[in-house]
Design a protein around this ligand. Structure first.
Ligand code: IPE
Ligand code: IPE
Ligand code: MG
Length: 255
């Protein structure tokens, strides 16, 4: 039994979905099989996140640096993403999910953009949960793009150098339009960030699990959230004497 408190949920969860290749290799299968199995994990995790009531879920699906992978693997990833978007379209719309993409979406092949863009438009008024897909995304690239925009404004005289503040940069980060991530989960056993949401990570709680993404279960998401709820977020201030837990309304999740 995992206990998740209903009133202390992270609003924005980010996931570095890692380990598809190793999952396949362990089974003597191709890396693409691992990505296919990983797309099934995406389906169950999105459904569970919505049912829990998270406000935003950001999934790191393809980094800017992943373009350096073999072309056959990249092509297969785009086909799987297209299939995911087509098969989940009704579930996304019926459940009020806003589907958004962050990253250098212009670089994606037209087979993906042709399904991504209409779904993005059709779902943009939805409010139950924002599903941010990080595609051709890099945290450093996002910061550089925002910095470039501020530089242009200063050069054009519409802004002064003193107005270049952390808040001004923040407002220009598409990944943070849903707010800073409260919890970031990385599967696959590596303890690194790999260029995900760098600016927004300032006070995120980090959770690492050895589970490879294809074997990550809904219960693993609950475990990560329960771990988050047991932590004290201090934001540089001094802490409370003891974490307040008593009387909290809990959602009991049978596993
Ligand atoms: C994550 O799994 C998916 C993507 C980066 C697209 P990997 O493909 O990185 O799997 P491993 O880390 O090689 O096992
Ligand atoms: C991070 O995984 C990127 C995604 C999950 C999309 P990688 O497999 O690309 O990261 P590294 O190479 O292990 O740092
Ligand atoms: Mg990897």
């Amino acid at each position: 039994m995992i206990l998740v408190e209903a009133r202390n949920l992270p609003a924005h969860v980010g996931i570095i979905m890692d380990g598809n290749g190793r999952w396949a290799q362990q089974r003597g299968r191709s890396r693409v099989d691992g990505h296919r199995e990983g797309s099934n994990t995406v389906r169950r995790v999105v459904r569970a996140a919505r049912k829990l009531g998270l406000k935003a879920l950001t999934l790191y699906a393809f980094s800017e640096q992943n373009w350096a992978r073999p072309e056959t693997e990249i092509d297969a990833l785009w086909i799987l993403l297209r299939e995911f978007l087509l098969s989940e379209r009704n579930e996304i719309l019926d459940n009020g999910i806003r589907l958004n993409a962050i990253g250098n979406v212009g670089k994606l092949p037209s087979i993906v953009r042709a399904v991504l863009e209409p779904l993005r438009r059709e779902s943009e008024e939805n409010v139950s949960m924002t599903l941010n897909l990080a595609l051709s995304y890099g945290g450093r690239e996002e910061i550089a793009t925002a910095a470039k925009e501020l530089a242009k404004r200063v050069a054009a005289g519409t802004m002064t150098p003193d107005e270049v503040t952390p808040e001004a940069l923040h407002r220009l980060m598409p990944s943070l339009a849903v707010g800073d991530p409260d919890l970031v989960i990385r599967t696959g056993g590596e303890h690194r960030i790999s260029n995900f949401l760098l600016y927004g990570l300032a006070y995120a709680e980090l959770y690492f699990t050895d589970a490879l993404w294809p074997e990550f279960e809904v219960e693993d998401l609950y475990k990560a959230i329960a771990a988050y709820q047991a932590r004290e977020r201090r934001y540089g201030k001094v802490g409370k004497a003891a974490p307040v837990q008593s009387g909290a309304q809990v959602i009991r999740l049978a596993v």
